[in-house]
Design a protein. Structure first.
Length: 278
């Protein structure tokens, strides 16, 4: 596909996404790309801008601060940045679509994600598999390092093709910032969308408890230390917003460039991203 065609298709799909949210009264926002704090997640490395802070790996903290201040359901469509991520499915800068729906749980949000995907890629059933089904007995092995389990899970996701799949029922220790399921505290109210073996989106029924947030941030910092990574202190403004109160909501982050790959039947991000140096 020629450059002009790629640019037109990208613009068309972004227009479809914006129209989708406009029809649902979800408000577009634009939050800072550069901020003084970043995520504690040990599996994500931020890009530091000396004297200023960090390029944001996701608009999550900024958007949740808006929600705590009284914002309605919101979405953001724009660039995010991650250090040491480059390859067939990774680039240090990429486009993320992130949205939060007031009053939704993870299952309602999965329905909305399915509707958006059908609009962009065409109709198609989305199957559901559990985390346990993908990793099998490895989940119960105490001698297995978390990194080994993560690798096995990623390889299992790559085998989910062809087709569209929601991976659900993540173990509680991989809840990230999702709440635990009310009817089963051993699993998180978290999902991941995999299409043709490619991870596309990650969503939560959002954790509200500020004390539990701090406990999970402490666990992140302990794991970062064990991995030899730079220590990251939790964002104080985000903690303050949590103390003020985050409304009941569900949120999801979706990789737009990967979605464009699928829409164009491309094999690499390079084929759908305009990069002046390429």
């Amino acid at each position: 596909m020629h450059l002009a065609e790629r640019l037109r298709l990208r613009a068309q799909i972004l227009g479809v996404i914006r129209a989708f949210f406009h029809e649902r009264d979800v408000v577009e926002v634009q939050t800072p790309v550069l901020a003084p704090a970043t995520v504690t997640d040990p599996d994500v490395e931020s890009i530091t801008v000396p004297g200023y802070g960090f390029l944001q790996t996701s608009p999550e903290y900024q958007m949740k601060r808006l929600l705590s201040a009284g914002a309605p359901s919101i979405y953001q469509l724009g660039p995010v940045f991650r250090h040491e991520e480059k390859g067939r499915l990774h680039n240090p800068e990429f486009t993320m679509l992130e949205w939060y729906r007031l009053g939704f749980d993870d299952r309602l949000l999965m329905q909305e994600v399915s509707a958006l995907i059908a609009l962009v890629l065409g109709p198609g059933a989305v199957q559901t598999v559990t985390y346990q089904q993908l990793v099998g007995d490895l989940l119960d092995r105490r001698d297995l390092e978390r990194s080994d389990l993560d690798l096995h899970f990623a390889q299992a996701c790559e085998r989910l093709k062809p087709g569209r799949f929601f991976v659900v029922d993540y173990p509680a220790d991989q809840a990230a910032l999702a709440r635990l399921r009310p009817d089963n505290a051993k699993v998180a109210a978290r999902f991941e969308l995999v299409i043709d073996g490619i991870e596309i989106a990650n969503g939560y029924w959002e954790l509200l408890d500020p004390i539990e947030h701090e406990r999970r941030f402490a666990a992140d910092r302990a794991r970062r230390k064990a991995l030899g990574r730079v220590d990251i202190e939790p964002d104080p403004l985000f903690l303050a917003a949590l103390s003020q109160g985050l409304p009941n909501c569900a949120g999801v982050a979706l990789g737009v460039d990967r979605l464009l790959m699928l829409a164009q039947s491309a094999d690499r991000l390079d084929e759908v991203m305009y990069r002046p140096e390429a």
